[in-house]
Write a protein that binds this ligand. Structure first.
Ligand SMILES: Cc1cc2nc3c(=O)[nH]c(=O)nc-3n(C[C@H](O)[C@H](O)[C@H](O)COP(=O)(O)OP(=O)(O)OC[C@H]3O[C@@H](n4cnc5c(N)ncnc54)[C@H](O)[C@@H]3O)c2cc1C
Length: 319
């Protein structure tokens, strides 16, 4: 065995059916991994290949491997805004879930966090450090990378308001630092969506010198308000549609009489009409068809097309 043979060897030896493909001594690709366990909707088929690197080096080796193989790459954060097809995803799904660290400078209010850091954890850490500006993020079950890409936000604040810069890996493997002006930020969108750049780290400028107790109380208040008004008890992706303004999407859907409407195991939530819930046995196709039904019904009633906020991945043709 040569020093680099781990790059091509499959665990279990060449004669057995490949189970893992090592890209480094600390990182392996797994075949046919069910994505339903990795998305908050709890639906979706398998990734042809899946990996969750634990370091930037392993992430870069993984991307290099995908380029060599010609695999399409899908990046998964916490999977809290994804609808993955029941037919699964071709190529390589890369999860950032183990890319985690946070540096907080309480004196300046500057926070740098790895892509896989959970947003709620960051909100609590910021409050603990006396840095204000992230209290709104506590109820958003995504990662730092997902928030930068989606321009996640709540209570009239958003990621774009606090982002200083994001470090990304480009499709050719080069690293780049981007500032908000580079990202075409608008309501719940950025030009990183659907692109081939991967966010590895983000730095945020918060306001230092806040009272920790008051910030923690405000953060708790945000969390409780959300749990009162939104259905957190069943799998969902949060709000399915962007608010078209001046009326909220939820208001339009509710006034179209769709609360409680079901297709298969998918249902428009009673508590918040812009949520679609997996009632236990939904398929991605059920959810997809319900999204289409809601769009058509709202269009019939209000003459406008709601635009999905949820990222729809994979094939849904013929559904
Ligand atoms: C109960 C619930 C409540 C929610 N409430 C809110 C809310 O109040 N406000 C709000 O804005 N959202 C909300 N969401 C939606 C979701 O949490 C956010 O959109 C979040 O930012 C998604 O982050 P994620 O890490 O889960 O990304 P994912 O869902 O995994 O991915 C979303 C998109 O970002 C891409 N992506 C993820 N990480 C990276 C990366 N590191 N580099 C490049 N691309 C990447 C993915 O490929 C995909 O296109 C809610 C969801 C749920 C389930």
């Amino acid at each position: 065995m040569t020093a680099l043979s781990y790059l091509t060897e499959t665990v279990g030896g060449p004669r057995s059916r490949p189970t893992l493909v090592a890209v480094s001594p600390t990182c392996s690709l797994r075949p046919q991994v069910p994505l339903s366990k990795l998305t908050s909707f709890r639906v979706g088929g398998r990734a042809e290949w899946y990996v969750a690197p634990r370091s930037l080096e392993d992430l870069q080796l993984t991307l290099q491997r995908a380029r060599t193989e010609g695999w399409p790459v899908t990046v998964l954060g916490a999977g809290s805004n994804l609808l993955v097809s029941d037919r699964g995803l071709p190529g390589l799904a890369i999860s950032t879930r183990y890319l985690r660290y946070t540096h907080i400078d309480g004196d300046t209010g500057r926070i740098t966090a790895a892509a896989g850091e959970p947003l709620p954890r960051l909100a609590w850490q910021a409050a603990e450090a006396g840095a204000s500006g992230f209290e709104w993020a506590v109820g958003i079950p995504g990662t730092v990378g997902g928030a930068v890409v989606m321009n996640a936000g709540a209570h009239r604040s958003s990621t774009a308001d606090v982002l200083r810069e994001a470090r990304v890996i480009n499709s050719d493997g080069s690293m780049e630092v981007l500032v908000p002006e580079d990202l075409d930020y608008q309501y719940r969108t950025s030009n990183l969506q659907g692109g081939d750049r991967l966010v590895v780290e983000a730095t945020f400028d918060l306001v230092p010198g806040g009272d920790r107790h008051a910030l923690k109380a405000a953060t708790q208040d945000h969390l409780e308000r959300r749990h009162r008004t939104q259905p957190y008890d069943r799998p969902s992706c949060g709000s399915v549609f962007r608010n078209p303004g001046p009326q909220a999407a939820g208001w339009l859907i509710e006034r179209t009489g769709l609360k409680g409407y079901r297709i298969g195991g998918a249902m428009v939530a009673e508590r918040h009409a812009n949520f679609i819930l997996n009632c236990g046995n939904a398929t991605a196709s059920d959810i997809f068809r319900l999204i289409a039904h809601v769009r058509e019904s709202v269009h019939d009633r209000w003459s406008l097309w709601l635009e999905p906020e949820v990222r729809v991945l994979g094939e849904f043709g013929g559904v």
